[in-house]
Design a protein around this ligand. Structure first.
Ligand SMILES: [Fe+2]
Length: 289
């Protein structure tokens, strides 16, 4: 079973910020998420820096390369590398997406949604069980952004995620920006999705910014967190209590200082929920975002 616990709001560790974080000595960042695909090269400067970060801060691992819901066999060599680095850094848990990335003939660098069918629930659950058995602990499953709905769906996305989590007995990584992007693009009710998520399984939350393309939202991780995403986050946290949450910012990466302003908004919302305060933290989000 996944061990350890985190508190507060972290950020995704991005290479351009690492030297600054190490040079800063103590910071008020409680933990980092590592996009492990960027750090799997054996040896080298990057690995040394990651180990230096791991000596000072708790880490959690996240990957995008497993094609967890795909039909091709799971890549256990990839998982072996993740498992070894996880052990070396003491990272607390590992997460992947409820998606697939092509097939045996064509791999795509994207996180494609699965059809929400009972067959897919069984397929994805079995694959998660394989990963959990190999890793020796429970993993976290993340909801992805979608742009089209599948005509073969037998259930909602929320029902699908809940069914998979139940069948695989895994944890969840709830990405509220992904939920917002999907709800907007498919003209769905985000609260219906949020209400169907089994909160007792949610071990981590992702917050990020999207790119408004006019007729749809693109999950680009290149903007501050949107006002509506902050509102959904605050509502969820006030209702369910503080859950470790973090900012994902990948493209058009801002200076660390700007990223930390965004982190502070999440941290304040988590703190106010813990203290039962009624201060509307989203007003601060509007100032900073
Ligand atoms: Fe995410």
């Amino acid at each position: 079973m996944a061990e350890g616990s985190l508190v507060g709001a972290g950020i995704g560790l991005r290479l351009p910020h690492v030297q600054e974080i190490l040079a800063a000595g103590d910071t008020d960042i409680p933990w980092f998420e590592v996009l492990v695909d960027n750090w799997l090269v054996e040896g080298g400067l990057n690995k040394k820096m990651l180990l230096a970060i791991s000596e000072r801060y708790p880490l959690v691992f996240h990957s995008v390369g497993l094609s967890l819901g795909g039909l091709t066999p799971l890549d256990f060599n990839y998982l072996k590398q993740i498992k070894a680095l996880k052990k070396e850094t003491g990272a607390l848990w590992y997460s992947e997406h409820a998606s697939f990335s092509g097939n045996a003939e064509l791999k795509v660098p994207d996180l494609l949604p699965l059809p929400y069918t009972q067959e897919a629930v069984t397929h994805l659950s079995q694959r998660i069980s394989q990963v959990q058995e190999f890793m020796g602990e429970r993993m976290l499953l993340e909801n992805v952004s979608t742009y089209l709905s599948c005509q073969f769906n037998e259930m909602t996305e929320g029902e699908f995620i809940a069914a998979v989590a139940q069948e695989a007995d895994c944890y969840l990584l709830l990405d509220i920006n992904n939920a917002h992007v999907t709800a907007h693009n498919l003209e769905q009710d985000i609260q219906a999705f949020m209400n169907s998520i089994p909160v007792e399984r949610v071990k981590q939350i992702h917050l990020a910014g999207f790119h408004d393309k006019g007729d749809f939202l693109l999950d680009a991780h290149n903007h501050p967190v949107d006002k509506q995403v902050w509102q959904v986050f605050e509502h969820f946290i006030r209702r369910n209590g503080a859950i470790p949450s973090m900012i994902e910012w990948d493209s058009d990466l801002p200076p660390l200082e700007r990223l930390l302003q965004e982190r502070k908004i999440a941290a304040d919302i988590l703190t106010s929920a813990t203290m039962g305060a009624h201060t509307p933290s989203v007003s601060r989000a509007l100032v900073c975002g």
